[in-house]
Design a protein around this ligand. Structure first.
Ligand SMILES: [Zn+2]
Length: 95
């Protein structure tokens, strides 16, 4: 499938990031689920150690920056901004 989303809609009020893909699917991630799934080395190490990465439901994305043509760098209101989220990951199910 195409690597790039056709549209990225950030619904800040609801705390939902919606990505529409070429196959017609729209995948909706909550900001909190994205924070919990943060793929940065620090968060991965934490999960490997059996510690959950936690996020309040009210946590919001503070900034979205494209990384090349393959990922988004998401900065969160809790100050965490290391996560580089590949489109391949974002195209999958939030769960
Ligand atoms: Zn992280």
């Amino acid at each position: 499938m195409s690597a790039l989303p056709e549209a990225i809609d950030n619904h800040a009020g609801q705390g939902v990031l919606a990505l529409r893909w070429a196959d017609g699917r729209t995948v909706r991630w909550t900001h909190a689920d994205l924070r919990v799934a943060c793929p940065c080395a620090e968060c991965r190490a934490r999960r490997r150690a059996g510690q959950a990465v936690e996020a309040a439901a009210e946590l919001r994305i503070a900034a979205i920056e494209p990384v090349g043509a393959y990922a988004l760098n998401l900065a969160f209101a809790d100050g965490h901004r290391r996560g580089i989220y590949p489109f391949e990951m974002l195209a999958g199910s939030p769960n």
